[in-house]
Design a protein around this ligand. Structure first.
Ligand SMILES: [Mg+2]
Length: 327
């Protein structure tokens, strides 16, 4: 796989996780011993839909495509534009508050929520595209987080997602060793780090989820990374299913895990039924278009294409009739 395949896997994997988990967000577990006087009501299959996790990730992708220089201003402008067009759904309280502040003219540096309630997973769920930049300025990553969540834990949680993806891109993690262990030395002393240290040796995802599974970044990000750490053992569908049964902020937990898993294994390794379900969503053309444009603008061309253009450079004129396959 090359970087273009990894980027496509990341964004599509995140969108699949979001859609998979969105029908289960904060659902209370069924009480098995409940008695229904008029018979048990029919349970409907949860609706597959993408939410703010994917919408804000796509907005980040599009802002990065449209401008060469990434900055909190360009991201804030794009978020505000999508907010005003009604393109965002299911926003968390901090993000919604920040967008309302931006909407009435607040500067990006003053829009984000402050204090302990700002330690949400909102920045972590939308930060993945920044991991694909060649060089990362983490002070810009921090400002982009502070745009909605002015909180060190929220920033460190987002940084963990960027680091997890970069461990894959840099060839430091191939799914076989412990991803959590690779992240811990790269982040400052925070509650997020304490939780990663605690879950490092834990293999049972349900036990990790029992420590916390809601939108608090300390619960959400370590759980999602620990889930992605088991990609090769269980595969994405079983991991999404486990995260959904753990409960809490299921769309974000599945979305972040999906972004990391997708970077590791690529779109082709996701089960066909999940890819087809994603392709049937009304938002799919936008997802596909945004991914393709980003790949082109950042020159993450696939190996097949670069070989073709290299040959064109040599004035050899024939076309490739066989599709390119990765080993
Ligand atoms: Mg959501």
């Amino acid at each position: 796989m090359n970087k273009a395949d990894q980027f496509e896997g990341c964004i599509l994997g995140g969108a699949i996780g979001d859609a998979y988990g969105s029908g289960y967000e904060y659902l209370t577990k069924e009480n098995e011993s409940a008695y229904y006087l008029f018979g048990k009501p029919k349970t409907q299959e949860p609706k597959w839909q993408i939410t703010d996790d994917t919408q804000l990730t796509l907005a980040t992708v599009e802002a990065m495509t449209e401008t060469a220089e990434i900055s909190p201003e360009t991201i804030a402008d794009k978020f505000l534009s999508d907010f005003r067009k009604g393109k965002l759904s299911g926003l968390g309280a901090s993000t919604l508050g920040a967008f309302r502040a931006l909407d009435v003219g607040a500067h990006w540096s003053l829009a984000g929520r402050k204090g302990e309630y700002a330690a949400g997973n909102g920045p972590a769920m939308r930060i993945a595209p920044l991991a694909f930049l060649d060089e990362i300025d983490y002070s810009i990553v921090r400002d982009i987080c502070f745009l909605t969540h002015h909180n060190d834990e929220a920033y460190v949680g987002a940084k963990c997602v960027v680091l997890a993806i970069r461990e894959i891109l840099n060839g430091n993690w191939n799914g076989k060793s412990c991803l959590v262990e690779k992240i811990i030395p790269q982040i400052p002393d925070t509650r997020v780090r304490d939780r990663l240290i605690r879950v490092k040796e834990m293999e049972n995802l349900e036990a990790i989820g029992a420590l916390g599974n809601d939108g608090y970044v300390v619960n959400s990000v370590p759980l999602a990374i620990a889930a992605a750490n088991q990609t090769l053992a269980f595969g994405p569908e079983e991991i999404f299913s486990k995260l959904v049964s753990i409960g809490g902020d299921t769309d974000t937990n599945c979305s972040i895990a999906g972004q990391i898993m997708g970077t590791l294994i690529g779109k082709k390794a996701f089960p066909d039924n999940l890819i087809k379900k994603l392709e049937r969503l009304a938002e799919y053309p936008r997802i596909n278009r945004s991914v393709k444009r980003f790949i082109k603008s950042k020159k993450l061309v696939s190996r097949g294409l670069s070989l073709q253009s290299a040959l064109q450079g040599l004035n050899l004129s024939f076309t490739f009739s066989t599709p390119y396959h990765d080993p």
